[in-house]
Design a protein around this ligand. Structure first.
Ligand code: SF4
Ligand code: SF4
Length: 444
């Protein structure tokens, strides 16, 4: 076989495509097959295309569109009876497509700026947060919306900026300490993975996450040299950049000697638990193994600490939950958010049909494939409305913005809201039981 073809087959994980027995069990689970109704836009169809491409039977152009339209939600891997590693096949295909892509100098410059400078830099992300705060507070946002100036923004950013939360002032951002001590006795030393979007746009959710963790008996450390998880890089076929970011994060948390590494974003968490697969050399593989073993979603830590906290404010509301695909299909965190929600006094929990299917956000899929993502979202909102819930809970920033957008598209602002799980738990005003007991005995 020609050497180039052999190398391509290795890169694209050709051998893994043979695990697919074409049974079609994955078809009903695939959101893009449901909305686009094409075999090429199903898991089985995409695997076949990758195989044909790796055998030199089709061109990269034939492969590109079906792969670009895949959400990467991993719903197909969960139902597959032969355990096809679709995620690996998808990542390989994206890597090869990216390598073959011809870019103009301008495109290359913009991509390098976004992927190599902006996302990996905490400074840059802070700056973006501060500029957005100024945009909101100076009245520029209202003016731009009034004169419809936002409609000229690319990638449908005008739609997303309408549902952005209120951003914190630069002073508030600056005042966060690096180490925050537990309330009461320390149960564990937790390293908090802040995420890039979470820490710039959803800074308040990060703040509430820390507050919940300290009530659950955790000393919280925020390593300053941590960086982006690398999910966006990997989903865009930039494997080497993703590997470098993983290395930086592993070193940052290793230096802090933490017991556990906690995140609050389903998509980032999924990337963090996949770090081991990025390396072949023993030394980095070993480091990655230890990193992955320590990685947890915040819901797992809070669930384990449920007997140590008490919610003091009932939330009399009908609540539903839109899962994060990466959290349930990759991290396999399933029961904890449900259990936490149902432990809040006053809540009436109602599950809607398809709660565990992708909402169409999928990283930046909804920006790059806006119309397809909105088809998926609109379908979801029809089921959400049937539940008659007033609050939709999510566990990932992308899903949160997408569900806010869904509420807006349905004209339900003021009647329905979307929140992160951490926000709802915080709203229920949890207190540390140990601290309560200490306060009572001090007063006696
Ligand atoms: S369920 Fe698995 S084996 Fe069956 S068609 Fe889908 S990917 Fe292939
Ligand atoms: S990852 Fe999601 S969208 Fe892509 S093929 Fe699998 S089920 Fe379909």
């Amino acid at each position: 076989m020609d050497k180039e073809l052999k190398q391509l087959q290795e890169k694209i994980n050709y051998d893994k495509t043979f695990d697919c027995v074409q049974c079609g069990y994955c078809l009903p689970a695939c959101p893009t097959y449901e909305t686009m109704k094409k075999e090429t836009h199903s898991p089985r169809g995409r695997i076949n295309l990758v195989k044909e491409y790796a055998e030199g039977k089709i061109s990269v152009e034939d492969l590109k569109e079906p792969i670009d339209k895949c959400l990467g939600c991993n719903a197909c891997t969960v139902v597959c009876p032969t355990n096809v590693q679709y995620g690996k096949i998808l990542e390989g295909a994206k890597h090869v497509i990216e390598e073959k892509r011809t870019k103009s100098k301008k495109e290359e410059w913009v991509e390098n700026l976004i992927f190599d400078k902006v996302f990996p830099s905490r400074k840059w992300m802070k700056r973006i947060g501060n500029v957005s705060w100024l945009y909101q507070k100076s009245g520029l946002q209202s003016l731009a919306q009034k004169i419809k100036m936002t409609s000229i923004a690319p990638l449908h950013l005008d739609q997303f900026e309408k549902v952005l939360p209120d951003l914190p002032s630069p002073t508030k951002r600056k005042s966060r300490p690096k180490v925050i001590k537990a309330e009461g006795e320390t149960r564990m030393r937790v390293g908090f993975f802040t995420g890039c979007i979470m820490d710039s746009v959803f800074f308040e959710i990060n703040k509430k996450t820390i507050e919940l963790l300290i009530k659950a008996g955790c000393d919280v450390v925020i390593p300053e040299t941590q960086t982006c998880c690398g999910a966006l890089h990997a989903h865009s076929g930039k494997v080497e950049s993703s590997r470098q970011l993983a290395k930086q994060n592993m070193i940052a948390f290793e230096e802090e000697h933490v017991d556990v590494i906690v995140n609050n974003a389903g998509g980032c968490g999924a990337r963090l638990v996949e770090y081991e697969e990025l390396f072949t050399d023993e030394q980095w593989k070993e480091k990655a193994k230890s990193f992955v073993e320590k990685t947890r979603d915040v819901s797992q830590i809070l669930y384990e600490a449920l007997d140590q906290i008490e919610f003091t404010r009932p939330i009399n509301d009908i609540v539903t939950y839109q899962t994060s695909c990466h959290m349930i299909n990759v991290q396999k965190v399933t029961k904890e958010p449900f259990e936490l929600l149902q432990s809040i006094p006053g809540i009436e929990y109602r599950q809607f049909k398809g709660y565990d299917r992708c909402c169409g956000s999928a990283g930046i899929y909804n920006m790059l494939n806006y119309d397809d993502a909105m088809d998926i979202l609109d379908k979801k909102m029809t089921h959400v409305k049937v539940s008659r819930a007033h609050t939709i809970v999510t566990t990932n920033p992308g899903c949160l913005l997408q569900m806010k957008l869904g509420i807006q598209r349905e004209g339900l602002q003021g009647k329905m809201r979307a929140v992160h799980l951490v926000e709802l738990l915080h709203e229920a005003e949890p207190v540390s039981k140990e601290r309560q007991v200490t306060a009572i005995s001090n007063n006696a």
